[in-house]
Write a protein that binds this ligand. Structure first.
Ligand code: AMP
Length: 192
C-alpha cells in the first residue's frame, strides 16, 4: 500500500527510559502503520527510535531509516529495514529526513533530539520548508522547551509566522489528527 503521508520522528536513541516514554514510542509506530503513514526516522534499532520502528514494522507499516555511516555501529543501525539510507553526516541525515517528511514529531529525547527539533523550526522560520514540528508532550516532558518558545515570543524574538512552525500535542493518540491538520497547512502554504 502506498503511504498517504510521511511522518518524520525525532526521539531518544537511549535504552532503559521511563516506561511511559517507551509505551509512547511503540504507540507512535503502531499508529503510523494503522493510518498508512510512512515512518521516517534516524534508522537506529536502539532506544525510543528502535521501539517506534519495530512497532511500525510489526503493524505492517513502511519505515525509512536515515543513518550516518559513522554512527551505524554505536546507534545499532536497524538491519530489518527494507529502506535504510546511509548518509555521511548528522547534517545530511537531517536534510534527508526533512526532504522525505511531510511533518515532524518529537518524542522525548536528549540533546540530539533537541538539535533536530530546533533545526526543523529554524528552517521553517527562514522558509527552507513549510513543515511543522509537533512536540509530543508526554507527561509534560517538553513543557520547559515550549516555555522557552513562549519566552521568546513574549520578548518579541519570534517572528510572527514561526508560531505556525511548531505545535504541541499531549498524547500520541493525537498524532494522526495533528499529522492531517499540518499536512493540510503545509500543502496550502506550498501553493500560496
Ligand atoms: P538523543 O536525543 O541525544 O538521544 O539523540 C537522538 C538522535 O539524535 C541520535 O540518533 C543522535 O545521533 C542524533 N544526534 C545527536 N547529535 C546530533 C546533532 N548535533 N545533530 C543531529 N542529530 C544529532
Amino acid at each position: 500500500m502506498r503511504p498517504t503521508m510521511s511522518i518524520g520522528l525525532f526521539c531518544s536513541a537511549s535504552d532503559g527510559l521511563p516506561a511511559a516514554y517507551e509505551t509512547a514510542a511503540r504507540d507512535f509506530g503502531r499508529l503510523c502503520a494503522v493510518h498508512g503513514f510512512r515512518l521516517v526516522y534516524g534508522g537506529s534499532g536502539r532506544g525510543l527510535m528502535g521501539l517506534a520502528a519495530h512497532a511500525a514494522l510489526a503493524g505492517g507499516g513502511q519505515v525509512t531509516g536515515v543513518m550516518p555511516r559513522h554512527l551505524a555501529g554505536r546507534e545499532r543501525a536497524e538491519t530489518r529495514l527494507a529502506d535504510l539510507r546511509m548518509v555521511d553526516s548528522l547534517a545530511e541525515r537531517k536534510q534527508v529526513m526533512a526532504d522525505l517528511s511531510d511533518v515532524f514529531f518529537v518524542l522525548p529525547g536528549g540533546v540530539g533530539t533537541l538539535d533536530e527539533a530546533f533545526e526543523m523550526v529554524t528552517w521553517y522560520d527562514i522558509g527552507l520548508h513549510r513543515k511543522a514540528t509537533v512536540f509530543v508532550d508526554i507527561d509534560a516532558f517538553w513543557t520547559p522547551v515550549l516555555g522557552v518558545f513562549e519566552h521568546l515570543d513574549r520578548q518579541k524574538m519570534l517572528r510572527a509566522h514561526v508560531r505556525g512552525g511548531y505545535d504541541r500535542i499531549a498524547t500520541v493518540d493525537e498524532m494522526p489528527a495533528a499529522a492531517m491538520r499540518h499536512r493540510g497547512t503545509a500543502a496550502a502554504e506550498a501553493v500560496a
